[in-house]
Design a protein around this ligand. Sequence first.
Ligand code: NAD
Length: 281
Amino acid sequence: MPQIINGKEISAQIKEELKEKVAAMKEEGISVCLAVIQVGDDPASSVYVGNKKKACAYIGITSLSYELPEETTQEELLKLIEELNKREDVNGILVQLPVPEHIDEDAVIRAIAPEKDVDGFHPQSVGALCIGQKGFVSCTPAGIIQLLKRSGIEIAGKECVIIGRSNIVGKPMALLLLRENGTVTVTHSRTKNLKEVTKRADILVAAVGKPRMITREYVKEGAVVIDVGIHRNENNKLCGDVDYDDVAPVCSAITPVPGGVGPMTIAMLMNNCVESAALRQ
Ligand code: NAD
């Protein structure tokens, strides 16, 4: 049977490390504060925001909560971000996406000061990642690197194939694996002979957004399989982009859903907040 990469355990470990770090920082008079903005009351967003606030409380990070009504204008939102950019006591600013349609998401992302961009979505953060400079990295792909490293999986020299090229997962994942000296291929909806390409992978990252699409026909024997997808199946149970039962017997390591990549995203967000506060000093 494959090694099950336990994201629940690894994320808990990271949170413990951060808790200790935050306590030590407090003794030196440095506090960490994240501002979380939600526009509207989309139930899924409310769950994500709630989980982020809970993680802050556990680690010892102060969270400021801004729950704005659906009809908030773009100008009002940008003004709030501008105020938070200027506040000395705020280290991180997060706007829960998606924002309502009348607000330009790109304008919101660009408004956040790069030194407080703990989601790592600002063009400056993405550019810095691209040319190997310091900056915040998108939390889900950063979490996947931690999963691999902390599970003793070597990246350097490996064939890494990513399915999906989104700005928040696929593209930053490619850049991070490249930074770790992997040989990286990015596939997408226009890729020809997808199975042939994915079968080359020593490390396969599925971020395709299609429930259980990746069966063993896509996977080389002994590969490491990272499943980013989150879906509800016909029985309302969580499942990923990978058909776990079909793929697990042929791979060397795999992330389950739930309990794989999912818990890492918040852990890395907390990590970025702590880093932001430490860098400020
Ligand atoms: P997205 O929809 O923005 O991107 C999907 C990508 O898959 C696109 O680049 C597209 O070209 C590619 N694609 C679609 N169909 C394809 C096909 N048939 N063959 C090859 N490529 C194809 O999705 P995303 O935001 O990158 O998210 C991907 C999945 O990860 C979703 O299920 C999402 O819910 C999940 N997700 C999880 C976390 C987490 O914390 N675990 C975070 C972000 C996203």
